[in-house]
Design a protein around this ligand. Structure first.
Ligand SMILES: [Zn+2]
Length: 125
């Protein structure tokens, strides 16, 4: 049984409003990164955020419907390439990784002791 964020049907609860604010701030942060080299076409930006929201929710809906209804989002999403390529996760070349760089699972391995593809640690002397 899932918990409703809108328990009174269409009425916005405080939790719903605050969650919406979180998403809005995330959009602003992403837009700021994209616009470091100048303004971007907002139709393109809208397409990105709409596509990402739809893909995320539909994928999780399928996982929960076919498996455990408490299934969290796949932790590998934390290892997907991000806008800033200078993040530490992109430091090491990795022949086993689909991105060509070592990736770490921030949830299961917060110390980055093992690349999820080759098992090498982030810290290499
Ligand atoms: Zn690796």
């Amino acid at each position: 049984m899932t918990r409703r964020i809108f328990p009174d049907n269409d009425a916005w609860s405080s939790e719903a409003s605050r969650a919406s604010n979180e998403v809005t701030v995330a959009f602003a942060d992403i837009l700021a990164i994209l616009e470091e080299d100048g303004p971007v076409d907002l139709k393109d930006f809208h397409y990105i955020i709409s596509s990402a929201a739809g893909t995320f929710v539909s994928g999780l809906s399928i996982s929960r419907r076919l498996g455990d209804p408490d299934t969290p989002p796949d932790p590998i999403i934390h290892a997907y390439p991000r806008l800033h390529t200078s993040t530490p996760a992109n430091r090491w070349d990795c022949e086993d990784s689909p991105t060509g760089k070592c990736q770490y699972d921030d949830i299961e391995d917060p110390a980055w002791d093992n690349c999820i593809h080759c098992d090498w640690p982030y810290d290499r002397k």
